[in-house]
Write a protein that binds this ligand. Structure first.
Ligand code: MN
Length: 283
């Protein structure tokens, strides 16, 4: 059994640009290497936006040294970057962007969503890259809802959508640099599920909606995060309410982490270099 190490019940809220009211559920600044290979998770919304003619969001900004994974639950996000990628993702879609040696992008509400107004709910997860891959070429994976396999959990309609990693023979479409599992669980009230994840891996569980009992002992509710111990392979879940849960598991990257804003590298010198490269227009 993978024991619950800690449940985080209060997250700091702030705005990212004028489009994303987020709660930072974890960050390498506060959680250190306990969450490696993950670096940060911002949970945006759910928040209602009135109809508007001007899209909200975050104007062009850089990233270097890691990957950003955006999962949309409600609403619509449009993305454009200097590698020439441009697209719009909606409910169930995922964008897996490898910034690596450097990218500039903007993240805005979709035009149709902006004009109609509505509820926005999404997650942005930052995943670290091993030192050897931090300066590799940027990569972009648009993972549509239709390409994500949904595994039935029992007969009550509960499912696990496999974005990355493998569950019960179903393989997620995302390609990652280190072994990662990313599962979007939709559980009906009363459903019981046993997850199997590798021993030695970091495992985190975010409840977006509902209430779940873990290992018959500890509960987590809406906007709460559970961190599990690395030992053990099984996690028992029982949904006490209809629940939406994001399960993240990955092999820790045992390397120093030095970050500044949108750059996450291994040394201070590399951060200075990233800032110099950005200022010189080399992204
Ligand atoms: Mn960004």
């Amino acid at each position: 059994m993978k024991k619950v190490s800690r449940v985080y019940r209060a997250a700091e809220a702030h705005w990212v640009g004028d489009g994303f009211p987020v709660r930072t559920m974890f960050s390498y600044n506060t959680h250190g290497s306990d969450i490696s290979p993950f670096l940060l998770l911002d949970y945006a919304g759910p928040a209602k936006f009135p109809p508007s003619s001007k899209p909200r969001g975050v104007e062009q900004h850089p990233h270097r040294g890691f990957e950003t994974v955006t999962i949309v639950y409600q609403g619509e996000v449009e993305h454009r970057d200097t590698a020439g990628n441009q697209d719009r993702i909606g409910p169930g879609d995922v964008q897996w962007m490898t910034a690596a040696k450097g990218i500039l992008h903007e993240e805005m509400h979709g035009r149709a969503f902006t004009e109609a107004g509505g509820t926005l709910e999404m997650v942005q997860l930052w995943i670290n890259l091993p030192a050897k891959d931090k300066m590799s070429a940027p990569r972009y994976q648009e993972i549509t809802d239709a390409t994500i396999p949904a595994v039935k959990l029992g007969a009550d309609g509960s499912i696990a959508r496999i974005i990355a990693g493998e569950y019960d023979g179903a393989k997620g479409p995302a390609r990652s640099f280190t072994p990662i599992s990313l599962w979007d669980l939709r559980l009906k009230t009363g459903s019981r599920t046993e997850l199997r994840l590798p021993a030695g891996f970091t495992t985190l569980l975010l409840v977006l909606k509902g209430k779940v009992l873990m290992n018959d002992s500890e509960a987590a509710c809406t906007a709460e995060l559970a961190l599990f111990e690395r030992e053990g392979e099984r996690i028992a879940l029982e949904a006490r309410e209809e629940s939406t849960i994001l399960v993240m598991s990955g092999q820790p990257i045992e390397e120093p982490v030095v970050g500044y804003g949108p750059f996450v590298m291994n040394t201070r010198e590399e951060i200075s270099q990233a800032m110099a490269d950005f200022r010189a227009g080399r992204f």
